[in-house]
Design a protein around this ligand. Structure first.
Ligand SMILES: Cc1cc2nc3c(=O)[nH]c(=O)nc-3n(C[C@H](O)[C@H](O)[C@H](O)COP(=O)(O)OP(=O)(O)OC[C@H]3O[C@@H](n4cnc5c(N)ncnc54)[C@H](O)[C@@H]3O)c2cc1C
Length: 226
C-alpha cells in the first residue's frame, strides 16, 4: 500500500525519524518491521524498517541512519513531507511478549527503534512490565529519543542505563564500556526476564554469549540485528 511522509525529525547529521501516513491502519506487535520500497533508478528497492510507534497510533514511525554507500537509505533520507513510498507488512518474529513480568531491553545505535515501540506500548498499558533499558551508542550526541526515555526513567517507570562507547565522553548518568555479564548482572536482579536485543550483528553475538555465560536460557532471548 501507499505511505505518505507526514513529518520528518532530524536527530543529527545522519539519522532521521519519518512519520508515515499509511493508506490503511497497520496492526502489529511492538518489535515488528515494515518493508519500505522506493523506485530508485527505475527499479523498486525494498528495505526493512522497524516500527517505533505503538499499534494504536495512526502514523507509522521509522528511525534510521543513512548508510552513505547504501542504495535505499540515502534516498529515504532525502524524502520531503508529502512524498510517497510503498509499504508492506508488518513482518518479523522479534515481538514483545505481552505476558512478560520483567523485560531487559538492550539497544545499540538505531537498534533503539523497535525497543521504543515496546517501551511506549508498556507505557500505554500502565507499565505492567518492569523494564530495564541498556542503550549503547558511539557517543552521547548519537543517542536518540533521550528526552522521552529520561522522562520515563525520572518517573521511575523504566530503569535506564545509557552507555557511551567513547570513554572520553561520558556525561553524568552515563557509563562506558562493552555490555558484559558483570554490567548486566549489576542491574538485572535475577534471570526471570525476557531479553530483547537489537543492534549490529557483532554486538548481538557478543551479548548473546554473555547471556549464555550468565545461564540465561536461549528461549528467553529475542534478537533483531542489522
Ligand atoms: C528486520 C530489520 C529491521 C531493520 N530496521 C531498521 C531500522 O529501524 N533502522 C535502520 O536504520 N535500519 C534498519 N534496518 C536496516 C535497513 O533495512 C537497511 O539495511 C539499511 O537502511 C541499509 O540499506 P541501504 O539500501 O541504504 O544499504 P544497502 O545498499 O543495502 O547496503 C550498502 C552497503 O552498506 C553496507 N551496510 C548495510 N547496512 C549497514 C549498516 N547498518 N552499517 C554499516 N554498513 C551497512 C552493506 O553491507 C553494503 O555493503 C533493518 C533491517 C532488518 C533486517
Amino acid at each position: 500500500m501507499k505511505g505518505i511522509v507526514e513529518k520528518i525529525i532530524q536527530w543529527n547529521a545522519d539519522t532521521k525519524t519519518i512519520l508515515i501516513r499509511p493508506e490503511r491502519k497497520v496492526t502489529f506487535i511492538p518489535g515488528q518491521f515494515m518493508m519500505v520500497s522506493l523506485i530508485i533508478n527505475g527499479k523498486l528497492e525494498s528495505r526493512a524498517f522497524s516500527l517505533c510507534n505503538t499499534p494504536d497510533k495512526e502514523l507509522l514511525e521509522i528511525t534510521f541512519r543513512v548508510i552513505e554507500q547504501g542504495k535505499l537509505s540515502p534516498v529515504l533520507f532525502n524524502l520531503k513531507e508529502g512524498d510517497e513510498m510503498i509499504i508492506a507488512g508488518p513482518y518479523g518474529n522479534f515481538r514483545l511478549n505481552f505476558n512478560d513480568k520483567n523485560a531487559v531491553l538492550i539497544a545499540g545505535g538505531t537498534g533503539i527503534a523497535p525497543l521504543m515501540s515496546m517501551i511506549r506500548y508498556n507505557k500505554h498499558h500502565g507499565w505492567p512490565i518492569k523494564m530495564i533499558l541498556f542503550y549503547s551508542a558511539r557517543k552521547p550526541a548519537n543517542f536518540l529519543y533521550m528526552e522521552e526515555i529520561k522522562g520515563y526513567a525520572m518517573d521511575n517507570k523504566l530503569t535506564f542505563i545509557p552507555i557511551s562507547q567513547d570513554p572520553n565522553e561520558v556525561p553524568e548518568g552515563f557509563i562506558t564500556g562493552r555490555i558484559k555479564k558483570e554490567m548486566i548482572s549489576s542491574y538485572v536482579p535475577g534471570l526471570n526476564s525476557h531479553f530483547y536485543l537489537c543492534g549490529s550483528p557483532m554486538m548481538i553475538k557478543e551479548i548473546e554469549l554473555e547471556l549464555k555465560d550468565m545461564g540465561v536460557e536461549k528461549a528467553s532471548v529475542r534478537t533483531d540485528k542489522w
